[in-house]
Design a protein around this ligand. Structure first.
Ligand code: IPM
Ligand code: MN
Length: 357
């Protein structure tokens, strides 16, 4: 009997529903082709959940997702919910589900499609062939540290990491490096922050178990500069939650558009697969969002959550081929476009291309 997987789906807000629809279109074709079945079940989170239940992360969502094989997620948030108290905001739902899933390891690969080297604001010779993996710690650091809050005219957050948290994310980075270019650059702010000094000391300890991997350290301000000066020097970038958030948005520009970069968030029983971009409410419901980041996130889901590597590779191949044939969404339409496509058109073209591979 064909293998069957249960996929929890959170479409979310803004462009979320549009891009997830395209990822599912592609998943349906690839699963059929590779002989397995995906059973999707929708759950609420973010603004859509707030509107219906009053909570950004309803209990049923957590229970349902935990009973699935993987979570495919679009994006959440929007101006409509920005004035709500922090614990009721859409972003809080996302942070909570990352925590519930123990998804402490966020992998954000940054690659450049050959046909899109001109889409990058950086010179083609700087970005060509780029293949960097950002390993971002996702369930600790400044995002979750206590105390946090506001007292009178003072507001505060705490950047805190325990040694255990650093060890486990460092291992993820070193293991990933072993399968790639065998280089880890750990990014911190150890010249100023105590938490960064612990980070650095701990990463050095973990590195002892990986003698084949070349370890370097970089302060985050320098890393931000080096990423645009010479991104090719990086293989795996290992960093904490807030630095990883900022550096991965920066790194997305190497590839030409934030609409191209996928991510996988893992660590617990169920992983979460989402584009690195947000819900982009300004372009929602216009059919112009780029679904490729979500489609590539679905590919990561097949690889990491379901072990369907062949299917994952087919998706990547279909995306590459579609781009090399000149199909482009609006965000990358200035570069090598032969045909400008809507969100759903490019999804269909990728799906058709895949069917023919
Ligand atoms: C991301 C996003 C989120 C983050 C927001 C929406 C909470 O920017 O996934 O990078 O800061 O982690
Ligand atoms: Mn971000």
């Amino acid at each position: 009997m064909a293998k069957k997987y249960n996929i929890a789906v959170i479409r979310g807000d803004g462009v979320g529903p549009e891009i997830v629809t395209e990822a599912i279109k592609v998943l349906d074709v690839v699963s059929h082709k590779c002989g397995f079945t995906l059973d999707y079940k929708d759950y609420l989170m973010g603004g859509a959940a707030i509107d219906i239940t009053g909570e950004p992360l309803p209990k049923e969502t957590v229970t349902g997702v935990l009973a699935s094989d993987a979570l495919l997620f679009g994006a959440i948030g929007g101006e409509k919910w920005d004035s709500l108290p922090r614990d009721k905001r859409p972003e809080t739902g996302l942070l909570k589900i990352r925590k519930e899933l123990n998804a402490f390891a966020n992998l954000r690969p940054v690659k450049v499609f050959d046909d899109l080297v001109d889409a990058s604001p950086l010179k083609p010779e700087i970005v060509k062939g780029i293949d960097v993996l950002v390993v971002r710690e996702l369930t600790g650091g400044l995002y979750f540290g206590e105390p946090r809050g506001k007292e009178g005219d003072k507001a505060f957050n705490t950047m805190v990491y325990s040694k255990d948290e650093i060890v486990r994310i460092a291992k993820v980075a070193f293991e990933a490096a072993m399968k790639r270019g065998k280089k880890v650059c750990s990014v911190d702010k150890a010249n100023v922050l105590d938490v960064s000094q612990l980070w650095r000391d701990t990463v050095i300890e973990v590195a002892n178990d990986y003698p084949e991997v070349e370890l370097s350290h970089m302060y985050v301000d320098n890393a931000a500069m080096q990423l645009i000066r010479d991104p090719r020097q990086f293989d795996v970038i290992l960093t904490g939650n807030i630095f990883g958030d900022i550096l991965s948005d920066e790194a997305s520009q190497i590839s030409g558009s934030i609409g191209l970069l996928p991510s996988a968030s893992m660590g617990g029983k169920v992983g979460l697969y989402e584009p690195i971009h947000g819900s982009a409410p300004d372009i929602a419901n216009q059919g112009i969002a780029n679904p490729i980041a979500t489609i590539l996130s679905a590919s990561m889901m097949l690889k990491y959550a379901l072990g369907e590597e062949n299917a994952a590779d087919l998706i990547e191949e279909a995306v590459g081929k579609t781009l090399s044939e000149g199909y482009r969404t609006k965000d990358i339409s200035d570069y090598g476009a032969k045909t400008i496509c809507s969100t759903s058109e490019i999804g269909s073209i990728i799906a058709d291309c895949l069917a023919k591979l």
